[in-house]
Design a protein around this ligand. Structure first.
Ligand SMILES: *[C@@H]1O[C@H](CO)[C@@H](O)[C@H](O)[C@H]1NC(C)=O
Length: 257
């Protein structure tokens, strides 16, 4: 009887020991993998700081478009310094293919949303790919329900849709839900439509950086893209943008409007 109890206890000891061993080795493995991921990211960002044009020109075609494509460079750079999936509010002939390619290369899911069925139809084929979904919605209210992404934390959200005066509200909504939020058309001359300043969009974020591109040689008009974050130190953007902007660009980080 006694020896039976001993065997029983010994068995329990052995099982406990092995369970603990398996648990511990799993945790060590997990932490090694996440460390590896982090150092991969650090290497990528270092590479980006050194050779930003290598990355930009992989996703943005020359000659650069200084109109609808004026957010392309900030998109590429912001995608690379952030972690997590992409959400695009408003489909664009420059931003959508660009983010699509980056989503493939970096295994980051992409959701593109628009209220215009013609636009959605043009890009519908993306819906049949691995990581990209395209949605037609009536409006951008209760979006999380419509696309089934409640409580999701995004890597990058681009707010570039047609509901001009609602852009500030939508951008603010993602202030804590995305590592980076980008709004397009943030130049002074368009404030009347988008009202980013009137709605003090900047105050919802710790960091902001503005990338502007002149639309003509005379430098009489420009389009700005505003990059906002509560998670990432955007001061690194300044030196990166300075290297890629060409004479058509202008960079202002650490903004406080
Ligand atoms: C894309 O696929 C999703 C399901 O994965 C579907 O809900 C959505 O309606 C599709 N979009 C289009 C434009 O067909």
């Amino acid at each position: 009887m006694i020896s039976f109890t001993r065997i029983y206890l010994a068995l329990i000891c052995i099982i406990t020991f092995f369970s603990f061993y398996i648990y511990l080795s799993k945790r060590i493995n997990e932490s090694l993998i996440s460390k590896e991921k982090k150092s991969d990211k650090r290497e990528l960002v270092l590479d980006l700081i050194q050779n930003p044009n290598e990355f930009v020109l992989k996703y943005v075609d020359l000659p650069f478009d200084f109109g609808y494509g004026s957010n392309s460079i900030p998109l590429v750079i912001s995608a690379l310094i952030s972690n997590g999936d992409f959400l695009e509010l408003g489909i664009g002939s420059f931003s959508t293919p660009l983010l699509h390619k980056m989503s493939i290369d970096y295994y980051r899911k992409l959701i593109s949303i628009d209220t215009n069925s013609d636009w959605v139809d043009k890009f519908k084929l993306y819906n049949d790919t691995r990581d990209h979904r395209v949605y037609l919605v009536e409006n951008f209210e209760n979006l999380e329900d419509k696309i089934g992404s409640k409580n999701k934390k995004w890597g990058l959200v681009l707010v570039d849709h047609i509901e001009a005066n609602k852009r500030p509200t939508h951008a603010k909504y993602y202030a804590e839900k995305s590592e980076i939020v980008i709004v397009h058309d943030a130049e002074k001359s368009s404030e009347i439509y988008y009202q980013y300043e009137a709605n003090s969009l900047r105050s919802s974020f710790k960091q902001a950086c503005k990338f502007s591109i002149y639309q003509n040689k005379e430098k009489t008009s420009y389009i700005s893209t505003l990059i906002l974050s509560n998670y990432i130190d955007l001061t690194i953007l300044e030196s990166i943008f300075e290297k890629v902007k060409t004479e058509f660009g202008h960079v202002a980080c650490n903004l406080s409007f």
